[in-house]
Ligand binder design. Sequence first.
Ligand code: ARG
Length: 566
Amino acid sequence: MLAPLAGMSPAETESYLEIPPEPEMGEYAFPCFVLARRFKQSPKDISAALARQIKPGGLLEKTISSGPYLNFYVRRPALAAGVLSAALEKGENYGFLSDGEGQTVLIDYSAPNIAKPFSVGHLRSTVIGNALYRLYKSLGYRVVGINHLGDWGTQFGKLIVAFQRWGEQALLEKEPVQYLFQLYVRFHKEAEANPELDEEARLKFRELEKGDPEALEIWQRFRKLSLDEFQRLYNFMGISFDSYLGESFYNDMLEETIRLAREKGLAKESEGALVADLEPYGLPSCLLQKKDGAALYITRDLTAAIYRYEKYRFSKLFYVVGSEQTLHFKQMFKILELMGFPWAKNCVHVPFGLIRFKDGRMSTREGNVIFLEDVLDRSIKLAHSIIQEKNPDLEDKESAARAVGLGAVIFGDLLNDRIKDVEFDWDSVLDFSGETAPYVQYAHARICSILRRAGTDFTGNFSPGKTAFSFLPLAENLTAPEEEQLIITISRFSEQIKRAAEELKPSILAHYLVVLAREFNKFYHACPVLTAEGNSKTARLLLIQGVRTVLSNGLSLLGISAPEEM
Ligand code: ARG
């Protein structure tokens, strides 16, 4: 109703809506500044005029002009009936939308390097990428998750040399990733004393590039064993990909990319190597091909982007990769643009900061690396001992500890502003009363337990399929401030999903879930559920059922499970 008066589309109007700082100011506010130019009036006058013109009705109880803002007040019982009936009816799809229908979004994430350990450095890409994957899916997009494995590069020359000199097949099979990593570290140590090793490795990689069967066979073995191990880890975390096409997949297509770059006058010869001159665009130039003909990381990335566009016609391609690669992506997107691909503007780097433990930054070369698997094990063990202490009678402590331990690590990462570095602290990520997964999961489990005690048929006549209208008499019971607040927060779930996806910030959803869990705890303190009477009891059960749905759907969008007991 505001849109036509403001002369905007509903979507545009919605994009300006704000949530007022105080509950007394209504549920939504429209800042009239944005109309001042169009109407050539002061925002205050516009706000007053709009308030006079908008007629209450439906969900809208009233509008009040407050200076330059127009505040909207939602009719609570109608809102409650709508929200609670939808939550009950849609269940595990509640909150999800279909805005993205017909559009394809590609997400390039995780992308560990074969034969180097999956360090916690890759953790952020994996959990942020997975959350974005789920968020976009819930908005109706077709989403393709791509694991651009680092399965090619000079490190394979080193590894093959190391394996041929010192390797043992049995050890390789037992713990491939760890073992290859040890060989890698040993290679670097020995090469310090014996620099010829480096030259030998360089030649070995050339052989591999030329397709030498023995070198290829060893490379295949490394790749397969490492990938199996990565996949075990992904399964364990509940993460899957639609494509595992790694860097090596593009080997045969690189020449075409180079040809195109030359044709567009982009690639200049310089001392036998090929260079893309980006200086006119304020970027450092970069190598596309080395003197010896070897291609580079960026050449493979350019080729992959072109291949992906051909295959998927994406409307967005997100690269979830650490901020240390910002320049790489700037250069790459610029080259794609100069090559004449209009879709280059739809390629987006989604950077993130480092993750630090007390030990400082991890480095693969020196060997003082922290393995993701060790991090997860540790978290699950800690979760297990906390659960043991809090709920000694719980039957299946193992699976609860797994959900809580994994959840704590994932949430501990996602809650942070993506761009900032994360300081990982065990006490805080597992704190059951902090801004953590266990806190949110605990609220969820608590609701499950209340609902269990209430029995299964509390919803009685209010079964799915009933119209929101039939919920009104019940909803009228929910008048305590804590109840009203919960309803408003539940009603904002879709909005939060949309914002988190559009701004590429899962942290928005993570914070929202903490707030909802906190409001539930407040409510539970103030409003008894099981001892309430009649309609009030049913209404409260319905309300916490709605909270439960949002907590579990929200956690699931972040890639975290919500155990019913813990
Ligand atoms: N394997 C790379 C690394 O560990 C990340 C690859 C990211 N994806 C891409 N298309 N460049 O640094």
